[in-house]
Structure formats: C-alpha cells, structure tokens
Ligand binder design. Structure first.
Ligand SMILES: NC(=O)C1=CN([C@@H]2O[C@H](COP(=O)(O)OP(=O)(O)OC[C@H]3O[C@@H](n4cnc5c(N)ncnc54)[C@H](OP(=O)(O)O)[C@@H]3O)[C@@H](O)[C@H]2O)C=CC1
Ligand SMILES: [Mg+2]
Length: 427
C-alpha cells in the first residue's frame, strides 16, 4: 500500500521534473533521475497537517504559537531527566494504529499552505555509477539538519532572514515538501524539535519507523515558548527494512558525558536480507571546540566498531559534524579502520574534494559558508550510485539561508546506495 502510494507520489514528482545533470568530473555523464521542478502552489484546506499537530486546521498562512501544553510539559520533563532516563519515554507509538497517508495528498496540502511562497528550487541527481546496473535495489539516504524552530527564531541570529520566513506552520511544509520530493528510504535529521507533534505522526503514517534522541541540555529549552528539546531523529521505511538493533548514544569526550548524541541502528533489508548499520549525529558546534568534536568523533567511531561487529556490517553515518574537512574529527573518520569514505566528495571533478558548502547563512556576526554535513559510507561494501547536487549560489541568493525558498540554513544531502556484489568483500 505504501509502495503504491510512493510510486504515485513519485510519478507526480517526476512528471514535473525535466532536469538532467552530468557528473562534473572526467567520467561519462549519464541521464539521471532528477528532482521535481517548481511546483504550482494553490490554496486548499490542510487536513493531514492539522491532524498531525492535534490542532484545528489553520488557514493557509495562519501563524501558530510554537509550543502547546503537552510540549511544554515534555520540555519540563526533559529538563529534569538525564538522557538515559528520558530515553524510555521516547519510543514511538506503534504506527500500526495510525491510518496511512497518501503522500500525494500530503504534498498537495503542503503546496497549498505554501501557495504564497516562491516555488521550490530544482536540484538534480548526479549519476555517479562507475559500472553497470546493480542487481540490488537502491537505498536512498537523506541527511539534513532541518534547523530547530526554537533556535531559528530565538538563538541563531540570522541577519537577513525575516522572521516571517521562519513561521513554523509554513516552514514545516517546506521541510515536508523536501522529504516528499526525494522520498528517502532512510532519513537522518538533526535539530528536530517537532518530533512528537509533526514528524513522528506524519512520517509514521507514510510508512516510516522513527526514533528520536534529544540532546540532554538542548539550547532550545532556553528559548521562550520552545517546543521541547532538539535532537537527532532517524526514520526508515518499514516495508524496506526490519530493525534488528537500536542504540541511543550520548557521546563522551575524555570519558565525560557531553551534550551531543547519536542514534545507531542495524537494519535488515527486506529484499536482500543483507544488514546495514545506519547512524545519525550532530556534533558540538562553534569554533574553539575542535578538540571536543574530535573526541566525540572518536567515541562515535568506537561505538560503531562494536555495533558493526568490527566493521562486518556495512555502515552509513550521516551527520552535521560542525567541522570542516580540515578538522581532526573529519580526519579520524576518513582514516578509520571502519573504511569509510565521504559520499559527497564524488560530486567533485577529482572525486577527492568535499563540496564548497553545505551550510550558508548570514548571522549578525557575519557571513558563514561552511562544509559541515557528511554522509560517510563503507567504501568497500557499498557504492554511491547517485547524489543530489547542492543548491547553486544563485539559487541560494544574496540573503543566503534560511529563506522563503528554503527552510534550513543547512542543505539536505541525498545519496542512492547499492550493496556491492560480493558480500564477503572486505568492508
Ligand atoms: N540549562 C543548563 O544547565 C545547560 C544548558 N545548556 C544550553 O546548551 C547550550 C549549549 O549546547 P550545545 O549542545 O553545546 O550547543 P552547540 O554549541 O553545539 O550549539 C547549539 C546550536 O547552536 C547553533 N549554533 C552554532 N553556532 C552558532 C552561533 N554562532 N550562533 C547561534 N547559534 C549557533 C548550532 O547550529 P549548527 O549545528 O547548525 O551550527 C547548534 O544547533 C548552551 O548555550 C545552553 O543554552 C548547556 C549546558 C547546561
Ligand atoms: Mg543550527
């Protein structure tokens, strides 16, 4: 049922999608699946979106306050619980009990809410295959720091982004539209502070199983009318994977617990029976904290060594590492015995360089253009078949991100992976 709904949605999106893109490097460029082009926006009454938040349906441009009673209670609870104690309250409700949503209908509702906004930008998938088609089905992975609502409105100090562009009732539709456009099999998110009232209820009805792990002392909680702590969220399509093992990890540095977290899950692919470990993290931000990030990265790698049984299970790690490729934590990942490679390097002409930016914003302190977000993968066990190109500087525009066009200061990264043919090959 979900599969047919996704196909319907896919057909709708593909019909709008004439864009093609060639690999920039010396290799042969091929036609590749492309993303949806600008969609027509027209008003309608949002039924599914309103049901997700438990609120009455707002008008297309109605602004809603950020918190409600439940989320404030949750926020208060998490302020008093440590992360391990809190995690027992964070299990998703059984999605079997929720009515499925037609993704096409949800997409139409999002577009209706967004009818006064400019159309979304075209981004194309770049074909990165070096060999023929794989007999294994592709696994699409999306990595995205979606920008916590409380941080965007209360802490990030975006100098050129009008508060109007950050209104949650519209921004959430831009986020959902992006997820619906690319239809990932696995979705890794950071800065999620609307898990329980938005993403979990909607995505579970689209066939995803979700897990949320909040930061122990989320800076969101300092913002008035916050919607609870932000954290990492990991979703996978239940008709494609079975969950074998799940770990919520509070990252340590020099054996001390830190405020940063990760989720790591071992999945079994329904079609092939092969196992895959997927992890999501958001490392400590800001300059001056390079050593802490480095230690957090080492701790995550240590955990992943155990979870992958010494690199026996192929691994994908998605995250906002808050670190440029020159930083130590990046080097730890690039040289780890887990044999990881960073997927977005493959978009460069020589296949060796990270993109020039994955986040681009103007804060009151100045313009910040950085490469901080990565999708790491087991380079011997997995192949990147294609990757979604970044927004161009022209698309991002002079006021940078977030904007009326794009909901976060970080770009989404999307890759299609396949298992390499020889399951016994060195990982
Ligand atoms: N109540 C308590 O007892 C405690 C509260 N805290 C709270 O937690 C906060 C620190 O948490 P921590 O997890 O270490 O936070 P981080 O330093 O990791 O940053 C938190 C968020 O701020 C964003 N950010 C990065 N740079 C800037 C900037 N220059 N200006 C504004 N925002 C920025 C980051 O976004 P991105 O990743 O996109 O760059 C990130 O999501 C404290 O400020 C405090 O509010 C912490 C400890 C105890
Ligand atoms: Mg941020």
């Amino acid at each position: 049922m979900f599969q047919s709904s996704w196909r319907l949605c896919s057909a709708l999106l593909q019909r709008d999608a004439p864009g093609l893109r060639r690999r920039p490097g010396p290799g042969p460029g091929r036609r590749c699946q492309s993303s949806p082009a600008a969609a027509t926006r027209r008003p309608a009454s949002p039924r599914l979106l309103a049901a997700a938040s438990g609120a009455p349906a707002p008008g297309p441009s109605a602004a809603c306050p950020m918190g409600n009673g439940t989320s404030r209670l949750y926020s208060a609870l998490t302020k008093t619980l440590n992360s391990s104690a809190a995690s027992q309250y964070l299990e998703s409700p059984d999605p079997e009990h929720l009515e499925p949503i037609d993704p096409k209908e949800l997409l139409e509702e999002c577009r209706a809410v967004l009818h006064t906004r400019p159309p979304r930008f075209q981004r194309d998938f770049v074909d990165l295959r070096t060999d023929g088609p794989s007999s294994h089905p592709l696994i699409r992975v999306m990595q995205w720091n979606i920008l916590a609502q409380a941080l965007g409105e209360g802490k990030d100090n975006f100098a050129q982004c009008p508060l109007e562009a950050l209104k949650w009732e519209e921004r959430k539709c831009l986020i959902l539209e992006e997820i619906l456009a690319y239809q990932p099999d696995i979705l890794c998110l950071q800065e999620v502070d609307h898990y329980f009232d938005t993403f979990q209820p909607l995505l579970s009805r689209l066939g995803y199983q979700g897990t949320f792990f909040p930061k122990p002392w989320s800076p969101c909680l300092d913002v008035e009318h916050n919607n609870g702590p932000d954290g990492c969220a990991l979703f996978f399509l239940q008709n494609r994977f079975k969950l074998l093992h799940s770990a919520n990890i509070r990252l340590t540095a020099m054996r001390l617990k830190t405020n940063q977290v990760a989720i790591a899950q071992t999945l079994e692919c329904t079609e092939s029976g092969r196992q895959l470990c997927i992890a999501v993290t958001h490392l400590k931000a800001r300059t001056g904290w390079e050593q802490l990030r480095s230690a957090q990265g080492c701790d995550l790698l240590r955990n992943l060594q155990n979870i992958t049984q010494g690199a026996k299970i192929p691994l994908i790690v998605c995250g906002d590492f808050n670190a440029e490729p020159t930083e130590e934590v990046y080097k730890h990942f690039a040289s780890s015995s887990l044999n990881l490679s960073s997927a977005y390097k493959l978009l460069s002409a020589d296949g060796q360089s990270e993109p020039p930016y994955t986040t681009w914003k103007i804060r009151t302190s100045g313009e910040c253009r950085h490469t901080l977000d990565y999708i790491w993968y087991s380079k011997h066990a997995l192949s990147v078949r294609s990757a979604l190109d970044l927004l161009t500087e022209e698309q991002i525009g002079p006021n940078r991100l977030p904007s009326f066009h794009y909901p976060s200061d970080h770009l989404s990264l999307v890759c299609d992976f396949s298992f390499n043919e020889d399951p016994d090959a060195l990982l």
